[in-house]
Design a protein around this ligand. Structure first.
Ligand code: ADP
Length: 178
């Protein structure tokens, strides 16, 4: 499912983000940038040790912020590592931090002159964020950013499995984006 926003495209699809050919893929990292399970583990496995080496040099990234490294052996040239919030009910600034994780990743892509970017569904795995609410934040934040920043030509949400894809599709319809 795809929508046109000015000159830019926003797309949702089901897939494996490590196979993306966009300029950068976004990793749902932890603050220590130490790798782990889920999409983080998959990206490090597919991209090889150069990514971890770069992460070690950076050392730390707080929730809601983003850093960039090489893409190593990935098809994508860069990995943007952002840290989403751990969801503990919604009373600990989770929505602001999730919005910030998307926004800081987009800003970093612009700053680097990147044209295309792929996101996973940040915080919706081990970090427990309810998928529909996370999808709404992901989509509205990206939509608003693309309206103001046509330098980014394409943003893809690469969703792991049909259930997550279906929730994103539903939220996209609710936002009248489709
Ligand atoms: P977090 O700790 O931010 O919750 P997870 O990696 O546990 O991060 O989960 C975030 C999302 O990434 C989940 O929807 C999970 O299903 C998804 N995911 C896991 N592996 C991949 C992959 N290879 N490509 C895209 N998404 C993935």
């Amino acid at each position: 499912m795809e929508v046109q926003i000015g000159e830019s495209k926003l797309m949702i699809l089901e897939g494996d983000i490590t196979q993306e050919t966009t300029d950068a893929i976004v990793n749902a990292a932890n603050s220590g940038l130490k790798g782990g399970g889920g999409v983080d583990g998959a990206i490090h496995r597919a991209g090889g040790p150069a990514i971890m080496e770069a992460c070690r040099k950076i050392g730390y990234c707080p929730a809601g912020q983003a850093v960039i490294t090489t893409g190593g052996n990935l098809k994508a040239k860069y990995v943007i590592h952002t840290v989403g919030p751990v969801y503990t009910g919604g009373g600990r600034n989770e929505s602001k931090l999730l919005k910030s994780a998307y926004l800081e990743s987009l800003k970093l892509a612009s700053k680097k002159g990147l044209k295309s970017l792929s996101f996973p569904a940040i915080s919706t795995g081990a970090y427990g964020y309810p998928v529909s609410e996370a999808a709404r934040i992901a989509l509205t934040t990206t939509l608003d950013y693309l309206k103001a920043h046509p330098d980014i030509e394409s943003v893809r949400f690469v969703l792991f499995g049909k259930p997550t894809y279906d929730v994103f599709a539903e939220e996209m319809k609710k936002l009248n984006m489709q």
